[in-house]
Ligand binder design. Structure first.
Ligand SMILES: Cc1cc2nc3c(=O)[nH]c(=O)nc-3n(C[C@H](O)[C@H](O)[C@H](O)COP(=O)(O)O)c2cc1C
Length: 393
């Protein structure tokens, strides 16, 4: 059997803390602490405890050059099966072909290794953030303050800054009025369907290619209403349509060149349930008439920015730009919007058929009609979105 180390792997010395009744009864603080080394590997999404012998093998094997297993010392060979099983060491045995393929896919995708690791190991599956907030007693702002203490101040004077130079008070224009009406919506009016024309206009403004630059037949840059690193526009928009006139509820992909929607297979279970799972149990967001799921094709950005330290950051920023354009386009149309990255990526990627090494869901936006009653808190101290100041929380 020929072996080599997987391409990307980091070792973390981790202390795990658990409640220990025996310790408490014996007069201790009731906290058991255990320190172990973990190998973090993005291709397998593994966080695998590794002992000294395993670390020795991982440090000794090349991630590029294959070696025959027989070349390893007896101690190293003893540690090998568990490492192969976990995918930290890849081999040419057919039984482990799947892990080898994952490692090959990561090698081909040109991720910066640190970004790949954070991307793979910060994904959620089955997380319910509302339950987490309930459990930690941090559902409201006053509760947050009580549990966490005071936050860093809301504004700062840099220690080396000089005296303030007052600026002229700007005259408000219509653009200011639009900006003021933008408020993250957590109360959607599902009694009122979204007209198809509104959906179409919004998608066209936010996600459509307004122009193209064709360098060669296979190399095309896009112009959209938001900026994009290298003009590559790798962020795809998938839609979870819940209530639009003349459009079946379900999953769609938006084509930014054809300005068209293509239906996709239905996700498992009910669409309501899937939406709620997607936004990690945030009932206020799951209600939106349409969820716009932002899923970068990392491979398109990394085609130019290979193993680039800033490439992943650029893609994340781009999703933020798209969401802000969506907020403003929705607000201008009398609609309301939100963005969240508190999402269960696993269920979304699976339903959309995406492999997160090359493309995967990064954030979810939603939009639709704002409701008449603020049941869930929104931040609108000027009453610009709600006309009247929100009730104190
Ligand atoms: C990247 C990002 C993630 C967010 N995630 C959540 C979220 O998970 N849940 C939520 O209720 N609001 C979320 N928000 C909305 C913020 O809470 C909101 O922007 C903030 O309270 C300020 O309110 P405003 O957008 O109305 O000005 C998010 C905003 C951003 C920019």
């Amino acid at each position: 059997m020929r072996v080599r180390r997987c391409k990307v792997l980091y070792l973390e010395p981790r202390e795990e803390v658990a409640f220990d009744l025996q310790d408490l009864l014996a007069g201790g603080d009731g906290v058991a602490r255990q320190r172990r080394w973990f190998a973090l590997a993005p291709h397998s999404r593994g966080q695998v405890p590794v002992d000294a012998a395993a670390r020795d093998v991982l440090g000794g094997l090349s991630p590029e050059r294959w070696v025959e297993e027989e070349m390893l010392s007896p101690a190293q060979r003893e540690a090998l099966p568990a490492l192969v099983e976990a995918g930290l060491v890849v081999c040419d045995e057919p039984a482990h072909a799947a892990m080898l393929a994952r490692d090959e896919a990561l090698r081909a995708a040109h991720w910066h290794p640190l970004a790949a690791t954070a991307h793979a190991l910060t994904r959620w599956n089955g997380v319910d953030t509302t339950e987490a907030m309930r459990n930690t007693g941090t559902q409201t702002a006053p509760e947050l303050r009580q549990v966490l203490g005071p936050p860093p101040p809301e504004a700062i004077v840099p220690p080396r800054a000089g005296a303030p130079l007052p600026l002229p008070v700007p005259e408000a224009t219509g653009f200011d009025a639009l900006l003021r009406r933008r408020a993250t919506c957590r109360n959607f009016d599902r009694g009122r369907p979204l007209p198809m024309e509104e959906l179409s206009r919004l998608l066209h403004r936010v996600f459509a290619a307004q122009g193209t630059v064709r360098v060669t037949g296979d190399t095309v840059f896009l112009k959209k209403n938001s900026p994009s690193g290298g003009g590559l526009h790798p962020v795809e928009a998938y839609l979870l349509v819940q209530q639009v006139e003349g459009l079946d509820a379900g999953l769609y992909h938006y084509d930014p060149l054809a300005h068209a929607l293509r239906p996709l297979p239905a996700p498992p279970g009910s669409l309501d349930g899937f939406a709620l799972q997607a936004v990690a149990g945030q009932t206020w967001f799951a209600q939106a008439h349409v969820l716009a799921i932002l899923a970068p094709r990392y491979a398109r950005n990394f085609w130019k920015y290979r193993q680039h330290a800033k490439a992943h950051r650029a893609v994340v920023l781009e999703a933020g730009h798209l969401s802000q354009t969506l907020y403003l386009a929705a607000t201008e149309a009398g609609l309301a919007a939100y963005v969240t990255c508190a999402i269960n990526e696993d269920c979304l990627d699976e339903a959309l058929g995406l492999d997160p090494v090359n493309e995967g869901v990064l954030a979810v936006c939603g939009f639709g009609w704002r409701g008449q009653v603020m049941e869930t808190m929104e931040l609108d101290p000027l009453g610009a979105a709600w006309q009247v100041p929100p009730p104190p929380n």
